[in-house]
Design a protein. Structure first.
Length: 246
């Protein structure tokens, strides 16, 4: 997720599902990772850790295949053996923070009592995460990064437990489904991006400017609460009358 909003994308083909659960025999027969596989995985993690360090120090411009190779003490050929290009390397270096962020939002949803309550809780959780982890938030959503394909990321596209935008979109869709007769895909996408832009705006401004002396700011919790109320009221007014009025 390179920026605070994303255009509608075409999801990659769904993975084939197993026909049945594996038996004990299947589990026994399944080969264990070899020592070489473990070493390769460990080296890959070292490369990603180096890319994350460079990202946090100097942004995406500081991340090059050569810089990562030098940090770990390997050749650039080794880096290219794991990542096709810089875009794929940077995307996967940020994946860990994005998954942690998505899990944080999902936990807020799990505690909600209604679609509207879920939007309120997610907005509060979103802002709280950004203010508690400003460095990670900057890397995820405030640092320009090279465009990368969905396939470059280890995040499962459309899975609300990993894909935070998919979670926000599902919440907006749930709200509209419960309040209006119907909403087409473009309306749902538009509303989801507006919600994302709203909470990102609150979070990024608080991170970048703190307590700006040039104007009075509401306490952040109250600010997010009011913004979501205005968003929901405006969205329902724009889309159409409630189901009860049909």
């Amino acid at each position: 997720m390179k920026t605070d909003t994303r255009k509608a994308r075409t999801a990659p083909p769904p993975k084939a599902k197993a026909a049945q659960l594996p038996t004990d025999l299947d589990r026994t027969a399944r080969p264990r990772p070899s020592l070489r596989d473990k070493e390769q995985q460990a080296r890959r993690q070292l490369l990603l850790a180096a890319a994350r360090r460079l990202l946090r120090k100097g942004g995406a411009q500081a991340v090059t295949m050569r810089a990562v190779a030098d940090d770990v003490g390997v050749s650039t050929t080794v880096v290219y053996g794991f990542f096709s290009d810089k875009a794929a390397l940077v995307a996967q270096a940020v994946d860990g923070d994005l998954k942690r962020f998505a899990r944080h939002l999902k936990q807020a949803v799990d505690e909600a009592s209604s679609p509207a309550d879920a939007l309120h809780r997610v907005a509060q959780a979103y802002v709280a995460f950004g203010l508690a982890h400003p460095q990670s938030y900057r890397v995820m959503f405030m640092e320009p990064r090279p465009p990368s394909a969905v396939e470059d990321s280890s995040i499962e596209f459309g899975n609300p437990s990993e894909d935070a935008y998919a979670l926000a979109r599902a919440l907006v869709e749930g709200l509209l489904a419960g309040e209006v007769l119907s909403a087409d895909e473009s309306t749902i996408e538009m509303a989801a991006q507006m919600f994302w832009e709203m909470v990102h705006g609150i979070t990024s401004l608080r991170i970048s400017s703190g307590d700006d002396p040039w104007f009075h700011r509401l306490p952040v919790v109250e600010h997010a609460e009011r913004m979501v109320r205005v968003f929901i009221a405006g969205l329902l007014h724009e889309v159409g009358p409630p189901l009860s009025a049909k």
